[in-house]
Design a protein around this ligand. Structure first.
Ligand code: ADP
Ligand code: MG
Length: 487
């Protein structure tokens, strides 16, 4: 979907809250597990009893460092926790511990795939903070329930520069970031459970205008689809206001998925409204060079590194390499496959991106839940490579594999055997079939020889029909060409 409206430019910056996958909370030992009965995972620190003190979770800091390294940002040797003061029932302290003036990560870039190539979205910063509890508006007639299980869950808030110029770019960025945090193992990325939430800042301006327009911030978009719909709606809304001679009011808005529109929630608060100040209960966070190097040693090969390696090592196109590295699971699958078929990276790429992904999509399955293992797919593709079956028959075998018609490493061979799908590569047998077809189609043969070369496909079709698609296509072509050329 495109949001570029005639004469207007769209500007988008995203703030993403990624819950860090630590077992305990950022300032207490309570569990971060999702889905427990309300208020069973909120300890004295999380519910802000008097006299308690926060203790920083080392694992949360490590994950932030990991992220900083993965995006090539600067890791501040010294960062400071600050109190962000506001009142809300799900915030028992009356303030959220966050980082303000000195965040742990500054800068960095996230490469995204856009129309016409790659684009780098710059990051402003990424800082550590605690999540709030949850207000439960359903289930309680005329009342609001408060569940503090989520209070104190570690968050990394990742703030981008306003570098996205369309809805598609914003979604591509959100997806790339989502893949990255899962890839490096710092966040489970479960959007339904709120582990990865986006706030979209959207503004528009007349094409050619240098100054940024007034922005609105749409809060808490917890699916890529909602992100897309919310931005599209918001862009349209702002353009209509401006075209009618009005002004966009800077404010915080909510997306209503049922009505597909954004609604004003509150006018934009300013930083000074929060009365930020350094938290006197927490020491400044010092990160040593050695610690950073220790964390660096745990980083896996990153998506962009894999992407260039696939192009270099396997000769794949930038597009193929991009798709295959869109998730770690996809890349792992591809690498396991190609390890068994070292000479055939392009064939492997085509099958993973085509037949396999298509089938998994239709089933609503992720690739790590694929019923066809890389070993089994390699078994199938190996039979295409060695000429046992044609590419077309391979699709039939693939469907049978997907349905679980045979098990084990040699499942493809069993299916080929049981269904009698072996390609006919016996030259004498193929010649006999061709002879029969040419004899039965004397008229067409005459036309062909008189110059109607398009009829070649007709003869191929006849031969394939006679062999239920099992004729070796290369051999068949060669024999047909030879025999049609004349006696
Ligand atoms: P705040 O802390 O009040 O939310 P920031 O200045 O930190 O404000 O910006 C938050 C986000 O808004 C960033 O991702 C930034 O890129 C984006 N942003 C800032 N100005 C604009 C604008 N005019 N249009 C779109 N996005 C913007
Ligand atoms: Mg904000």
């Amino acid at each position: 979907m495109s949001t570029s409206r005639e004469g207007w430019e769209v500007v988008i910056g995203l703030e993403v809250h990624a819950q860090l996958s630590t077992r305990a909370k950022i300032f207490s030992g309570a569990s971060t597990a999702f889905g427990a009965a309300p208020n069973t995972q909120a300890c004295a620190v999380d519910i802000a009893l008097p006299g308690v003190l926060p203790v920083l979770n080392r694992g949360a800091v490590e994950r932030a460092i990991k992220f900083g390294l993965a995006v090539n940002g600067r890791i501040n040797r010294r960062s400071v926790f600050a109190r962000k003061n506001y009142f809300y029932p799900d915030l028992p302290k009356g303030y959220q511990i966050s980082q303000y003036e000195l965040p742990i990560i500054v800068g960095g870039v996230v490469p995204i795939q856009v129309e016409g190539g790659e684009k780098w979205v710059r990051l402003t910063r990424a800082h550590l903070e605690e999540d709030a509890g949850k207000s439960l508006h359903e289930d309680f007639h005329g009342m609001t329930g408060i569940d503090l299980n989520r209070a104190g869950t570690p968050l990394l808030e990742i703030v981008s520069e306003p570098d996205m110029g369309s809805t598609a770019e914003a979604v591509a960025y959100a997806k790339a970031l989502h893949a990255l945090v899962r890839w490096i193992g710092i966040c489970d990325g479960n959007m339904q459970e709120g582990s990865f939430r986006c706030d979209a800042n959207v503004s528009v301006r007349r094409a050619g205008e240098r100054r940024l327009g007034t922005r609105c911030e749409i809060k808490n978009l917890n699916s890529f689809r909602f992100l897309e719909r919310a931005i599209d709606y918001e862009v349209q809304r702002q353009i209509e206001i401006l075209e009618d001679g009005g002004r966009v009011v800077q404010e915080t808005r909510l997306f209503d998925p049922e009505r597909g529109e954004t609604r004003s929630m509150r006018t934009k608060e300013e930083a000074h409204d929060y009365r930020y100040f350094p938290d006197p209960d927490l020491l400044p966070l010092e990160v040593s060079e050695e610690w950073i190097e220790e964390v660096r040693a745990t980083l896996p090969e990153l998506p962009q590194e894999k992407r260039s390696r696939y192009q270099r090592q396997y000769g794949l196109s930038a597009y193929d390499a991009g798709v295959l590295t869109s998730s770690k699971e996809m890349a792992d699958y591809f690498e396991a496959l190609v390890a068994r078929l070292p000479g055939e990276p392009k064939l492997c790429a085509n099958w993973v991106m085509g037949e396999l992904s298509g089938w998994l999509n239709r089933q609503g399955l992720e690739i790590d839940a694929s019923p066809i293992s890389p070993v089994q797919l390699a078994g199938l593709l190996g039979r295409v490579v060695d000429g046992t079956i044609s590419g077309k028959i391979a699709k039939e075998v693939f469907d049978a594999l997907a349905r679980g018609e045979a098990q084990g490493e040699d499942a493809a061979d069993r299916i080929i055997e049981a269904r009698g799908l072996k390609q006919i590569s016996d030259a004498a047998a193929l010649e006999a079939i061709v002879d029969r077809i040419l004899a039965a189609n004397a008229q067409q043969v005459a036309y062909y020889r008189a110059g109607k070369e398009k009829l070649f496909a007709y003869f191929v079709g006849q031969a394939m029909r006679a062999t239920q698609g099992k004729a070796n296509p290369t051999q068949l072509n060669e024999i047909l060409k030879r025999k049609l050329a004349g006696p």
